[in-house]
Design a protein around this ligand. Structure first.
Ligand SMILES: [Zn+2]
Ligand SMILES: [Zn+2]
Length: 322
């Protein structure tokens, strides 16, 4: 009926014209290549893991590759947790220009999208946290069959396939006004190449053997990228589904203690949604938050200023048990 009305009101010349006119037109056709690229980036670390296991079983294992991988993991992961997340998204502190540039580059080496796009998506996540408009909420109506599993999969990887981009002008205008960040945002693809080539170069430089370069590339390039992907994505999925909720907040966010060390303190996600702009997410005793430790170090060095540290009275006031 709607199509008939539109035909009458605006005589369309072709089906394309009709699609443009009618509000009930089917959604525009999405290109296939982003789906294929996303799938490749998700699957490649599993392929690398398979090769690494096969090589190890055959006695081809070098401990140095583990150290190189862990080193890259720690540096690049903090690029996201300290840089992309606490500094750029939430302004938990102010950074000196060299520190800002370093963190924008390091975070970009995580294969999680360019810095401005990442920040825009994450700000939208906080704005709508677990309500319509949140790009990656796992929360589903309790009536939905397998709702938790389906929601968890959507929050973990499914939302990448929706090819929905967040309005950068609306959500990241401050970043678009920063020439350094705009430049680094444009350099995202070269930085993705660098994050894989440098481990190869290190492995090759140590022994002069091409195969050792490839092994370092698999460990400290592809596998390391994949591991940090899943830890970051678990913050979107698991940290909104399972774990403790010590603080009151509108989101379904939770603290997942088991992920705290490997997530650089990011898995204290309930505390984070309660106090998004704090430099520390592990706000309680014995909660290890290496990102906060690093920010403290930068503060002591004078590279980080106006750091937003937790206020005990405000924390107490927000406790869920009150
Ligand atoms: Zn969240
Ligand atoms: Zn956040």
């Amino acid at each position: 009926m709607q199509i008939e009305l539109e035909r009458t009101a605006f005589p369309a010349q072709s089906d394309d014209d009709l699609e443009a006119l009618t509000p009930l037109a089917p959604r525009p056709h999405k290109p296939l290549w982003p789906t294929l690229l996303t799938s490749f980036i998700i699957l490649a670390p599993f392929a690398a893991l398979g090769i690494i296991i096969a090589q190890t079983v055959n006695g081809d294992f070098a401990l140095r590759n583990v150290f190189i991988a862990v080193g890259f993991y720690i540096v690049v992961a903090h690029g996201v947790s300290v840089g992309f997340h606490r500094l750029f998204t939430h302004h938990a502190f102010q950074a000196s220009r060299p520190l800002k540039i370093a963190f924008a580059i390091l975070g970009s080496m995580s294969f999680q999208g360019s810095v401005i796009g990442w920040v825009a998506d994450h700000r939208r996540h906080h704005q709508f946290a677990d309500r319509p408009g949140d790009p990656h909420s796992p929360v589903r109506p309790t009536s939905q069959r397998f709702g938790r599993i389906r929601g968890g999969l959507h929050a973990h990887i499914g939302w990448f396939y929706e090819q929905e981009s967040t309005d950068r002008e609306k959500y990241a205008a401050d970043m678009l006004a920063d020439r350094d960040l705009v430049l680094i945002d444009r350099l995202f693809v070269p930085l993705c190449v660098i994050t894989l080539v440098v481990p190869f170069g290190i492995g090759y430089a140590i022994t002069g053997n091409f195969g050792d370069g490839v092994a370092a590339f698999l460990w400290a390039g592809v596998l390391r990228v994949g591991l940090w992907h899943h830890v970051t994505w678990a913050t979107n999925s698991l940290c909104h589904l399972i774990g403790k909720q010590p603080f009151k907040n509108a989101a379904a966010s939770r603290n997942v203690l088991a992920l705290s060390v490997i997530s650089m303190g990011e898995s204290f996600h309930n505390a984070h949604h309660a106090f998004p702009s704090l430099a520390r997410m592990g706000v309680d005793r014995f909660q290890i938050d290496t990102s906060a430790m690093l920010i403290r170090l930068f503060e002591k060095l004078g590279w980080a200023t106006r750091v937003r540290w937790p206020n005990p009275a405000r924390l107490e006031a927000a406790r869920a048990h009150r």
